[in-house]
Design a protein around this ligand. Structure first.
Ligand code: DOR
Length: 442
């Protein structure tokens, strides 16, 4: 008998590890069963996708979905709905929740909360503290644990480790990748006086300056080099950091965000005010150009959205009372596809930075590529679609995006997770069945 599939995707351009090919895809049991010519009528469901491009599912390894503790900003249901609407098939969520995710119990609680409520697959970082540093090795293989998170500089929430001895212990304890927010706490504290009594939000990158970032990044490179530990430098924002990271050890990976690749001072602060405030800050165009140069030179390993929603009311408070962070998981794909269409990066770079590299870096074997046997996670896009991003498309509970009014070319039209369509033409489909990602044991 001829092969039968649960779902056949026909006629699209398919991004395989060999590049773009014209092929059908047969999906069975949530996995990619065949790539090639598939006889008509072999699928229980068949989709004609002529004119569209099937990319491996986008994996966003830096989001803050706020649950538990700040569900008025976001929760796992609304955050993952935003992911699905934006073409993202898997997310890794940060530990600065309330309580912080710093123990097996708080991690298991988040995994349980995701089941039956998440639209896409999920993993959670374990937050490192001076107190739990010696326990991390015993916890890093717990179900749903994607990695360890360290805040070297304080940001939203109470997580912070800037003590050298505690950092040394964390880097020496365990194997899973450590993702680090690298801003120097001592310098941030010393310079806070610049803004403490009120200041224009354009002072945000002056307070949290390039030097604060480079001090922490050079300390981090040193820790990574001496420990040999898999280390991930989150949201790099400046030219000087990228210069340092050109000489990073092989065990170190580097993230940039779509916001830092797209927005720049002073324009972002003039247009968006405190809604452009995030940590580390949006800097001027010289820095943005340096991020692009580093991306083209292979210094950047992945793109993460740092989706960090706050309500409009919270963001509208006068600086510096206004919290730092902006949503980004839903706009990640359209904003980056627009950059692809503008020639700033190739489609193969996008796939590497959004899918295959994140899967490899965080030990998600069987994801991140369109290959037979791999999980059927697809970000299906219309590279030619012209759309305007608007607040009313946003599924995040915060209900706004810094890209409101931005015209883009390239749009996600179908999101499929484990062979199930969860978004088609901007509408969520079915019920939330996202699963905890099974990370490779370390
Ligand atoms: O701007 C930011 N907001 N940077 C962070 O590091 C944390 C995030 C948040 O959770 O709000």
């Amino acid at each position: 008998m001829a092969d039968r599939y649960d779902w056949v995707l026909r006629g699209a351009a398919v991004f395989t590890p060999k590049g773009l090919v014209s092929a059908d895809i047969g999906v069975s049991g949530g996995r990619i069963a065949k790539i090639g010519d598939i006889r008509p009528g072999s699928g229980a469901v068949e989709d004609n996708l002529a004119g569209l491009t099937v990319l491996p599912g986008v994996i966003d390894t830096q989001v803050h979905f706020r649950e538990p503790g700040a569900e008025h900003k976001e929760d796992l249901a609304t955050g993952t709905a935003a992911a699905a609407k934006g073409g993202v098939t898997a997310i890794c969520d940060m530990p600065n929740t309330k309580p912080n995710t710093t123990s097996p119990e708080t991690l298991a609680d988040k995994v349980a909360r995701g089941k039956g409520r998440a639209w896409v697959d999920f993993g959670f970082y374990m937050g490192a503290t001076a107190e739990n540093a010696e326990d991390l090795a015993a916890w890093e293989n717990l179900p749903g644990c994607c990695g360890i998170k360290v805040f070297m500089g304080s940001s939203t929430g109470t997580l912070l480790v800037d003590d050298q001895a505690a950092l040394e212990t964390i880097f020496a304890t365990g194997k899973r990748r450590i993702a680090v927010h690298a801003e120097d706490e001592t310098r941030l504290k010393a310079r806070y006086a610049l803004v403490a009594d009120g200041a224009p939000v354009s002072m945000h990158p002056v307070w949290r300056d390039e030097e604060a970032a480079t001090i922490a990044v050079s300390r981090l490179i040193d820790l990574a080099r001496r420990s040999g530990r898999a280390t991930h430098c989150l949201h790099v924002t400046s030219a000087a950091e990228m210069e340092l990271l050109r000489d990073r050890p092989a065990n170190m990976t580097v993230e940039v965000t779509p916001q830092h690749l797209t927005l720049a001072a002073p324009d972002a602060y003039d247009r968006l005010g405190t809604f452009a405030q995030m940590n580390p800050p949006i800097r001027d165009a010289r820095h943005r150009d340096a991020l692009w140069a580093a991306l083209r030179d292979g210094v950047v390993s992945c793109i993460g959205s740092d989706h960090a929603p706050h309500t409009r009311e919270e963001k509208a408070q006068p600086y510096p009372k206004s919290p730092s962070g902006m949503p980004g998981v839903q706009t990640y794909v359209p904003v980056m596809l627009d950059h692809v269409n503008a020639g700033r990066l190739g489609l193969s770079d996008f796939v590497r930075l959004s899918s295959s590299n994140p899967a490899e870096m965080f030990g998600m074997t069987g994801r991140g590529r369109i290959e037979e046997g791999y999980r059927a996670d697809f970000t299906i896009v219309d590279m030619g679609a012209e759309r305007t991003i608007s607040d009313d498309w946003i599924a995040s509970r915060c209900g706004w995006t810094p890209f409101h009014g931005t015209r883009v070319t390239g749009w996600p039209v179908i999101t499929a997770v484990g062979g199930r369509v969860v978004m088609r033409e901007d509408a969520l489909i079915g019920t939330p069945k996202g699963e905890p990602i099974a990370f490779d044991p370390v």
